[in-house]
Design a binder for this molecule. Structure first.
Ligand code: NAD
Length: 560
């Protein structure tokens, strides 16, 4: 029997190497990255063109995919392809500096921007959900979540006045798809961590994949291991099978008894969905049956347990620990469960990420079109040589070289800011030109970014001037990247947090070793993070104003 499109003998795999069939590297790179997003090593459900994040797609249908690939191969170096929610809709004569592809995904007029209306239009074949990097062809697999979590914990270390997390103990919950990156992110930062999950199979899986050192069902044994590691200044991760609502309280009692001191507390159980959070008193084996038998009763019990869970977190904060919400809505659910002090600790974006956004820092990623992992190793070395004083960056690149298993085309991600990214881009372009690398490098970023997203529940939560929902910024970012020479530019709606809740933009630029590419890279990789600094200057952040002054960003009303 034959496999469906996208699987088995019909699996998509991007061409590798320095020969292209398209007429420019801009078009060839867009084609390879579209294909790479659908590679079964990268995509969650390639047969449905779904890359990640629920239903985030790379193209609207297989017919649309075939037409995009064909058009990119025929596209002249002074032409631009327009893609409307995953479907190629037109080719226009532009010029060599213009993007080869312009993409708009999932956009709806405000009053119509709801999931039901989106799904109605999707069912009619008129739109698709592009998520962030699915429909803009720059997803690089699970390395992204690991690095983002690593960066958050590095920022926690800085906020504690430390170079890294050695000599600290972190307590967290949830070892699932995203939360499972936490133990490795803490140990890569040098710390000791105890992670609690009710599902033993999740902890076993993290150990199997090298994200967790070991796990046990015995809390005493687990605590002895992590306390010893903290005291010895060793990086060590230990999982314990248990309900976080109980275990967090138990550990707090031991801390109050003077047996140990937890330094950092967070949580990534799936608290955003009360049916996906196991309440105390319901056995793991009865979870699904109980949730479907009585969803309302289950929700009330889950919220009651979250109230206990968050009360323990506030207790750790009262005792002097660094405590934060990791984007799973546990504070809101605990408040619904009757715990009034739930919002006494902050969310992770205002606490750790925003100061970095004020410098235009955020996820910067690149992909080797050669397919040769050596190209990533060489670019890792080049980035370390460019920023030798950035200890967190150097540590990440060293550890990523060992710990990250490539999915699809070899890729790397790290955080760089304004007046840093273009240095890396220009260096990569030189390395392509000199033949040191085996093929061109594609340079892009996530839409979880300083200047290109409006998302009031996440990236722009609690902006200093209250401008959380203003979406002019991502549109200006996309227009500027188009004017600066990016290879493809995209404007999306609804990524990350869902339809109606975000508007965001992306850019990808190719380093093909030509002088023209160098000129484009210098402008795009300066201007793109520059919009992050600009956005935070406008919102009144002092650090952004300093960065603008020190690094020479012109903001007309900066002095006022
Ligand atoms: P997941 O469903 O894959 O994993 C959740 C884990 O929590 C499961 O292993 C489950 O067994 C465990 N769990 C449930 N109830 C528990 C309890 N009472 N005690 C201990 N363990 C319990 O989810 P995920 O993809 O890992 O995401 C986790 C949460 O983090 C989600 O709410 C998600 O929205 C949020 N998240 C936020 C960000 C961000 O904004 N930074 C990024 C990723 C995920």
């Amino acid at each position: 029997t034959e496999s469906p499109r996208g699987l088995g003998e019909h699996a998509v795999r991007a061409p590798r190497g320095p020969e292209r069939t398209a007429k420019s590297w801009g078009a060839e790179a867009a084609k390879r990255m579209l294909m790479n997003n659908l590679d079964p090593e990268v995509a969650e459900h390639p047969e449905d063109l779904v890359v990640y994040g629920g239903t985030g797609r790379a193209a609207r249908s297989w017919e649309a995919y075939d037409a995009i690939v064909r058009t990119l191969d025929e596209l002249e170096p002074d032409e631009t392809l327009l893609v409307q929610s995953g479907k190629p809709v037109g080719v226009f004569r532009t010029h060599e500096w213009a993007p080869r592809v312009l993409i708009a995904n999932s956009n709806l007029v405000g009053d119509w921007a709801t999931w039901p209306e989106f799904r109605r239009l999707e069912a009619l074949g008129l739109t698709m959900y592009g998520q962030m990097t699915a429909g803009s062809w720059i997803y690089i697999g699970t390395q992204g979540i690991l690095q983002g979590t690593y960066e958050t914990f590095a920022a926690v270390a800085r906020s504690l006045g430390r170079d890294d997390l050695s000599g600290t103990l972190t307590l967290t919950g949830g070892a699932g798809g995203m939360g499972g990156a936490q133990p490795l992110a803490v140990t890569l930062n040098g710390g000791a961590v105890l992670i609690v999950d009710v599902d033993e199979s999740r902890l076993a899986r993290r150990v199997q994949h090298g994200y967790l050192d070991e796990y046990t069902t015995d809390l005493d044994a687990a605590l002895a291991r992590v306390v010893a590691a903290k005291e010895a200044g060793e990086a060590r991760s230990v999982g314990v099978v248990g309900n976080a609502a109980e275990v967090f309280g138990d550990v707090l009692l031991r801390q109050r008894a003077g047996e140990l001191a937890v330094d950092i507390v967070t949580d990534q159980t799936s608290a955003h969905d009360p049916l996906a959070y196991l309440p105390v008193g319901i056995a793991f084996a009865d979870w699904k049956a109980e949730a479907s038998r009585d969803p309302e009763g289950f929700t009330a019990r889950a919220r009651g347990s979250m109230a206990k869970h968050v009360a323990a977190m506030v207790g750790f904060q009262d005792a002097g620990a660094e405590v934060f919400d990791y984007g799973n809505s546990i504070r809101a659910e605990a408040k619904l469960g009757g715990f009034e002090r739930a919002f006494e600790f902050p969310g992770f974006v205002p606490a750790y990420i925003r100061p970095q956004f004020a410098e235009g820092r955020g996820p910067f990623r690149w992909v080797a079109l050669s397919g040769d992992p050596e190209d990533i190793r060489k670019t890792d070395e080049a980035v370390k040589a460019l920023f030798p004083d950035n200890a967190g960056l150097v540590r990440w690149l060293d550890k990523a070289g060992d710990a990250v298993h490539f999915e699809g085309l070899p890729a790397r991600i790290c955080w760089l800011g304004y007046k840093e990214r273009h240095l890396a881009g220009l260096k990569f372009n030189e390395m392509v030109a000199s033949g040191e690398l085996a093929g061109p490098i594609v340079i892009g970023r996530d839409h979880l970014d300083a200047g290109s997203v409006a998302s009031p529940y996440r990236e722009t939560e609690a902006m200093a001037d209250g401008s959380d929902a203003i979406a002019d910024w991502p549109l200006l970012n996309a227009l500027l990247n188009t004017a600066s020479g990016a290879s493809w530019v995209s404007i999306h709606h609804g990524g990350g947090v869902g339809i109606g809740r975000s508007i965001h933009a992306g850019q990808v630029t190719v380093a093909d070793g030509t002088p023209l590419a160098a000129e484009k890279l210098e402008r795009v990789l300066t201007n793109d993070p520059g919009t992050g600094v600009m956005r935070h200057v406008d919102a009144g952040y002092d650090r952004a104003k300093e960065v603008a002054r020190e690094r020479g960003l012109t903001v007309p009303m900066l002095g006022e």
